[in-house]
Design a protein around this ligand. Sequence first.
Ligand code: F6R
Length: 253
Amino acid sequence: MDVVVAPPDELALIAADAVTALVARRPDAVLGLATGSTPLGLYDELARRVADGRLSLARAHAFLLDEYLGLPAGHPESYGEVICRELVDRVDLVRERVHVPDAHADDVDAACARYEAAIVAAGGIDLQILGVGTNGHIAFNERGCALDSRTHVESLTAQTRVDNSRFFGDDVDAVPTRALTQGLGTILDSRHAVLLATGERKAEAVAELVDGSMNRDWPVTALRQHPNVTVLIDDAAASRLRDADRYRAGLLR
Ligand code: F6R
């Protein structure tokens, strides 16, 4: 596990460098995309690089981590809409190659299975961007989720719904209770996972990941199993690490 402690704008640059290097090597790379607040700096940077010609995502594929269940089609907070607004419409990704779990399918379980098959058919995810919930969820895998889980329907915890109510006018009742999400097994299959976390509210989850052991109360700790994971955190998110100073100085990775 590679742990980098740096200011948020630098973290965005490091993550953008990883995307840029991958796409230079493999223009039709498969990206895994997260929504939420954390990757917005990265998406701004990708948009800047595409605008000034340093990056093209025209041949890339993308798979979103998750999608709420129960929102009307086109709801501005559905993750399919959010990712278009925050990234897809600002870069040269081709919409047809941007995949979102189908929360409007008649049979959502079949839609989950199709999503897994589509990831495999695309050759697997080369670079998975991840955020983390204050309670340690990644994608929408909440506590207790199995390590080998694949794309599935998940019930959101009360904590996650409270945290995400800021996107729904602070009305927790407006936050869906369920979502379709890539499983921990799906995420562990990615070739490189880049987790971004900023702010003190993420510090406990980050400490569980970096200093703790794998446990089902903190799904983020599944990444301890991943052979190629980069953890990009700011000072506040690193504040509960045993060796924050050494990570900050680049002495420990
Ligand atoms: C979103 C996702 C979630 C978020 C997490 C953190 O696609 O997969 O796991 O990454 O809820 O959200 P923010 O970044 O808003 O704190």
